[in-house]
Design a protein around this ligand. Structure first.
Ligand code: SAH
Ligand code: SF4
Length: 396
């Protein structure tokens, strides 16, 4: 299909309120799930076993209805349904691009919306998920950065995006059926809306659930967290999540990076590189990805390419450099570098011995490409109280 093929869009709006007082089991760690079961009447002696059983129903089989949990006694299932729900974000719209990319607009508690993008490739399928509604940072080339932060997503809402996509791809296994080794959803990138390291605990808990072998069971090597450079949280990412790391680098001097990625004023290039050099898991097989958006006349000169290599070599960071052609959005103050410029830049990096893939732009016709995400319904900043009250609606 040509990338210009018509866009399809289904609208599935089912406004739904969480039943008062019930606790959502999605997004709880195993310990939290166990504690919740005990609190609501499961005898302590049985709690560990019940936690394992319910965990598998939710994350291995994708079941959302307690009545279908057939290895639990009927009375116990009814008891669970009185106290708990299994809730994930609801899909409001789904658009399918000419190239097969799917963009979902999901509604979360409080009526906020986040975007989730599924990118199918030959040998894998990557889900790009969001960690916040909007972003507090204001990178000047990023569409999300023009939207004020509304709130952090809960762990339920983060892992719920993965569950939602598995629903849409019809990828939950059927008990008893042979295990399918080829996965439609095989990789996760935390590259949607928001700065994941400003929502560390929820991102960590959600990714731990996605990695749990008795559930969605994605390998930690198939999860990549992208950060603009929240230096104090970088080591913690390796220790507590263990996933791969991508850095929104984008500039080779502090002067330019201060403008493109303003968090650089807080932690500059040198501090960032030092944190990366000591990222605990880094090795040649688990390199750090340097993301570099190609902006015409701003950061795309030969000197920039040489300086970039210099930075990486000086700190001996096993790295690959992912060049991202800038995706324009309405009112964007930059232009994309020419294809020739991008190729020349890539070549300098390649000659220096580093992989320098140029990211293929996907889903541009549905505004699903990197940096184009932004909820259509922009909301004014809310008071902390209001935000907390809304987040409380989801039960955790
Ligand atoms: N906040 C995190 C993750 C989300 S952004 C971060 O900044 O890393 C995901 C990637 O898309 C980042 O590398 C970001 O710099 C890039 N990006 C943002 N806007 C873009 C645009 N308009 N064109 C191309 N890439 C963009
Ligand atoms: Fe936020 Fe990342 Fe966009 Fe910067 S690039 S504004 S950190 S989402």
């Amino acid at each position: 299909m040509s990338p210009k093929a018509p866009i399809t869009q289904d609208v599935m709006t089912i406004p739904r309120k969480l039943p008062e007082g019930k606790v959502n089991l999605v997004g709880l760690t195993r310990d939290q799930l166990r504690a919740a079961l005990i609190e609501h009447g499961t005898p302590e002696k049985q709690a560990k076993m019940r936690t394992g059983q319910i965990w598998q129903w939710i994350y291995q089989w994708g079941v959302r209805d307690f009545a279908l949990m057939t290895n639990l006694a009927k009375a116990y299932r009814a008891q669970l349904a009185e106290s708990f729900v299994i809730e994930i974000p609801e899909v409001v719209t789904r658009q399918v691009s000419g190239d097969g990319t799917r963009k979902y607009l999901c509604r979360i508690a409080g009526g906020h919306e986040v975007e989730v993008v599924y990118i199918p490739e030959e040998d894998r399928g990557t889900l790009c998920i969001s960690s916040q509604v909007g972003c507090t940072l204001t990178c000047s080339f990023c569409h999300t950065g023009t939207q004020k932060l509304v709130r952090n997503l809960t762990a339920a809402e983060i892992v719920g995006q993965v569950m939602m996509a598995r629903d849409d791809l019809e990828e939950w296994p059927t008990p008893g059926a042979p295990k399918d080794e080829t996965r439609l959803l095989s990789n996760i990138v935390l590259m949607g809306m928001g700065e994941p390291l400003y929502n560390f605990e929820n991102v960590r808990d959600a990714m731990k659930i996605a990695m749990d072998p008795e559930g969605i069971s994605l390998s930690r090597r198939r999860i990549t967290l992208s950060t603009s450079g929240v230096v104090p949280e970088i080591a913690r990412t390796a220790e507590e999540i263990g996933c791969l790391l991508a850095i929104s680098f984008h500039a080779t001097t502090d002067e330019t990076r201060d403008v493109l990625v303003p968090i650089n004023k807080r932690w500059n290039i040198e501090e960032l590189l030092q944190a990366l050099a000591s990222y605990p898991n880094v090795s040649n097989s688990e390199r750090i990805t340097f993301e570099y958006v190609m902006l015409d006349g701003v950061n795309d000169s030969d000197e920039d390419a040489h300086r970039l290599i210099d930075h990486i070599k000086r700190h001996k960071i096993p790295a690959k450099i992912n060049l991202i052609p800038f995706n324009e959005w309405p009112g964007a103050p930059y232009k994309r570098s020419s294809n020739n410029r991008i190729r020349a830049f890539a070549n300098i990096i390649y000659q220096a011995g580093y992989a320098s893939p140029i990211r293929k732009t996907r889903g541009e016709d549905i505004m699903a490409a990197c940096g184009q995400l932004k909820s259509a319904t922009e909301r004014a900043r809310k008071s902390r109280k209001q935000i907390e009250a809304e987040a409380g609606l989801s039960g955790n």
